[in-house]
Design a protein around this ligand. Sequence first.
Ligand SMILES: [Zn+2]
Length: 71
Amino acid sequence: MKKANLPKYEDPDDTLNGPRYQTGKLCIERCGRPAGTAWSPYWCWRCNADRIGRISRSLNELALDAAREKA
Ligand SMILES: [Zn+2]
């Protein structure tokens, strides 16, 4: 199944979330999943995706605030 619309960090089957990046340790969120993705060695793919999702939303909000200030 192709998941073209999914960002890479949201796709557990993407090579960037693959075993190559796993550290052999567990996720620091203590979710029980193995830690390590191309983005960070500390989080599992799921917690990493949540984390990046939160960061992107914050950045979008900052960008919107900046745009409003200029208007
Ligand atoms: Zn996790």
